[in-house]
Design a protein around this ligand. Structure first.
Ligand code: PLP
Length: 369
């Protein structure tokens, strides 16, 4: 049979993304929604997702690197862009040229920002994450530098370490960070009264209205994944990405025959094996070998054998009638038969973020809806 379907692609549902933006906006009340589109919109395509998010009501975009911001400007996005990661050397010049807002936490950063002529500065406070951000004792010098340099301070921000942990052993730390940040931000806001105060990622936005302040920075929820690692439907979020392929070959094997590298799986009975031409080079993690299900024509079947670079194999079952060309969903789907990023993450021992970010550029993104 000459195939009529392409090998595989990642389908991106525009309507689902827009719906998630509105769901976040409803949760955040009057606060501005910043669509976090770093890492190519968590694998969903930054340019397309930025346009959809802005049209659906997001007030700004956030990325990690200056190159990510340049890509958005090059494609005509004029919304405010916040570059959240550190900048060095020539990146400051590019930040000025790109008219982005930057995040800084040191006096040197404030002066570099002013010199480069960026559109605005967000002062980041480390309220307990222990990564980027000024510690309490360094805030006075940061504030003084911002005043002395005449910086346009448009934001006062922090980031939570445990917002996703609602009832685990670190659940209480979220409240501690919130208290520390609120005190420090309120004090700084005396000096910078027009700055927007912001702290919440997706988890904090849905977890606690007190974390919302003037603006929320949401990534994972935009893409319809749960920041709490549960079924996203529990928060009214709709998964945006579907990874689709097809059965490219079907073969009948005998009991005790093995399938794939290392012979990690052997048939307990004669059965029919379907070959799906997607592998770890596409971002279908090797850890999913003998450890995940796929939907073949909407029916859940186990992935058997090792995940190769370009291929996986599924056990269609001895009675199956699926032929070459049967549609395969590796991530996504609707109804009870769906495979969420949360499910694949649990199987792999990771989080949903890594599942969608990991879908490689070899899979074309196809926008629908
Ligand atoms: C990535 C990031 C976010 C978005 O986090 P989600 O959990 O995806 O909503 C918010 N703020 C900062 C500083 C980030 O780096």
């Amino acid at each position: 049979m000459i195939g009529t379907v392409e090998r595989a692609h990642a389908r991106i549902d525009r309507a689902a993304l827009a719906q998630n933006v509105r769901r976040i906006a409803a949760t955040a009340g009057s606060a501005r929604v910043v669509a976090v589109v770093k890492a190519d919109a968590y694998g969903h395509g930054a340019v397309a997702c930025s346009r959809i998010a802005i049209n659906a009501g997001a007030g700004a975009l956030a990325v990690h690197t200056i190159a990510e911001a340049e890509q958005l400007r090059m494609h005509g996005l004029t919304a405010p862009i916040i570059v959240m990661g550190p900048l060095s050397g020539g990146e400051w010049v590019r930040a000025g040229e790109t008219a982005v807002e930057v995040v800084t936490w040191t006096p040197e950063g404030v002066y570099a920002a002013v010199e480069s002529g960026v559109a605005g500065v967000h002062l980041e406070l480390d309220s307990g994450m222990g990564r980027l951000g000024a510690r309490a004792e360094d805030i006075p010098a940061l504030s003084d530098a911002a005043v002395a340099s005449g910086a346009s301070v448009v934001g006062i921000m922090t980031h939570f370490a445990t917002a996703d942990d609602r009832d685990g052993d670190q659940a209480g730390f979220f409240g501690e960070q919130l208290v520390r940040f609120r005190a420090a931000a309120t004090a700084l806001a005396q000096t910078f009264p027009t700055a927007r105060i912001h702290a919440a990622n997706s988890a904090a936005t849905f977890r606690d209205p007190r974390a919302v302040f003037d603006m929320v920075r949401c990534g994972i929820a935009l893409y319809g994944c749960s920041p709490f690692h549960e079924d996203p439907a529990a928060l009214g979020l709709v998964p945006v990405m579907t990874v689709m392929s097809y059965v490219a070959m079907v073969k009948t094997i005998r009991s005790r025959d093995s399938v794939g590298y290392g012979r990690t799986w052997r048939a307990q009975r004669g059965t029919r094996i379907g070959l799906v031409p997607v592998g770890y080079a596409d971002g279908y993690a090797r850890a999913l070998g003998n450890n995940a299900d796929a939907l073949v024509d909407g029916r859940r079947v186990p992935v058997v054998g090792a995940v190769s670079m370009d291929q996986i194999t599924v056990d269609l079952g001895p009675e199956s009638t699926d032929g070459v060309g049967a549609p395969v969903v590796l991530l996504g789907g609707t109804g009870p038969q769906r495979i969420t990023a949360e499910e694949l993450a649990l199987r792999r021992g990771t989080i949903n973020y890594e599942v969608t970010c990991g879908i490689s550029q070899r899979l074309p993104r196809v926008y629908v809806g």
